[in-house]
Write a protein that binds this ligand. Structure first.
Ligand code: SF4
Length: 379
């Protein structure tokens, strides 16, 4: 795994993004932001699931005003997702949000952008470049001057030089990002995060890779419109996993057509898979085969459901046979290997106890609790 890219650390409320801070997991609320009660309830559920930063959409002034009350009732930092209405950004800032997601190029008026930047002061702004809403090539660089970073793409981003059709999608995304960044930099604002999302994984990966070493800002990773829980999690894991392995990425959001909690769980699963962050239990489960002595799939799903409720960092294995199970899962803190009519509970690959098949689920969970208690005692 490559060393993490060095990025500027910025504060989103009391959560640090970038630098050497842990990679954070974000999500968006899926409620109507104007419905304060429902939005607060959802944010609290997400906070419980481990969400570090939450982003409600702000489609109108009523939603912007609702942020004031939402902010009072939740603990995690709130980022207002603004499309192009600078008044909504100003209202969100006045409501006390901890960050904005806003593309200054969408506002199309430097004075209005300046009003937002001056009001934002210490509140960071994420520039979110999305494949589906790129500005026309000819619009890139129309205001905000040229960016200061040197690269071939920068030159193309100069107004008048960029020609539609001569840009690859990746060029277009990177040039757009550089232009958006330059608008803020020209106003001496550098509390910037950046994302470059597309549905297509290679496009997304290449765009992030290209931009990553041209600017110092922390990167928010995501695959846009990734899909339903299963397909979207896989698509996101492939794209985000590749980038994170390369050391790129400071905060992530897995966008799913599913409950936002699924996004948080998937985000942590991606980070856990790369040993970048631990949160909650990890389940190791064998795929089952002709040697299995029990219905491993049913057992693993039952254990998985029980572990979802636990917040401690215990690695648990469910293995289908005594012969290979303990050895194949020897790095698990605790595990079960089924035999004929009985099961072996093992710890770090060593046999701990033998139980009847009918008791194996209960016995495994007892052992998990013991390991968690021991870990807590060591803290
Ligand atoms: S642990 Fe046993 S049952 Fe499971 S895949 Fe390996 S050999 Fe097959």
């Amino acid at each position: 795994m490559k060393p993490r890219r060095v990025s500027k650390a910025i504060n989103v409320g009391d959560v640090v993004v970038g630098g050497s801070a842990p990679i954070t997991v974000q999500s968006m609320t899926k409620t109507d932001t104007r419905d304060v009660k429902a939005t607060v309830r959802q944010i609290k559920e997400l906070e419980e699931a481990g969400c570090d930063i939450i982003r409600p959409a702000v489609p109108d002034m009523e939603a912007a005003k609702a942020l004031r009350e939402i902010k009072k009732q939740v603990k995690i930092p709130v980022i207002a997702d603004i499309h192009f209405h600078y008044q909504l950004a100003l209202e969100a800032i006045a409501a006390g949000v901890d960050g904005l997601r806003l593309n200054p190029g969408n506002i199309r008026d430097k004075e209005k952008v300046e009003l937002v930047v001056r009001a934002a002061k210490q509140i960071p702004i994420r520039i979110g470049v999305n494949f589906g809403s790129l500005p026309p090539v000819g619009q890139i660089g129309k205001f905000g001057g040229l960016h200061r970073h040197t690269d071939g793409v920068n030159k193309l981003a100069k107004a008048g030089e960029a020609v539609e059709g001569q840009f690859s999608v990746v060029d277009h995304m990177v040039a757009t990002a550089l232009w958006e960044i330059s608008i803020l930099e020209d106003l001496d604002f550098d509390l910037i995060k950046i994302s470059l999302k597309a549905f297509d994984v290679p496009t997304t990966v290449e765009a992030y890779r290209r931009l990553a070493y041209m600017v110092p800002y922390p990167m928010h990773l995501g695959i846009t419109e990734a899909g339903t829980a299963r397909a979207g999690s896989i698509r996101s894991a492939v794209g985000l996993g590749y980038l994170l392995y390369e050391g790129i990425g400071d905060t992530i959001r897995v966008s799913l057509s599913a409950d936002s909690k699924e996004e948080v769980v998937a985000g942590y699963d991606i980070l856990k898979s790369l040993n970048l962050r631990q949160k909650g239990t990890t389940l190791v489960a064998c795929p089952s085969c002709g040697r299995a002595d029990v219905d491993v799939i049913t057992l693993a799903n039952k254990v998985d459901a029980l572990l979802q409720e636990k917040s401690y960092n215990v690695k648990v294995a469910v293995m289908g046979c005594e012969v290979n199970g303990p050895g194949e899962a020897k790095d698990a803190d605790v595990g079960i290997a089924a035999g004929v009519g009985r099961a072996v509970i093992f710890r770090k690959g060593q046999k701990a106890r033998v139980v009847e098949e009918s008791e194996m689920l209960t016995a495994l969970m007892e052992e998990v609790e013991k390991v968690a208690a021991e870990q807590a005692g060591q803290d």
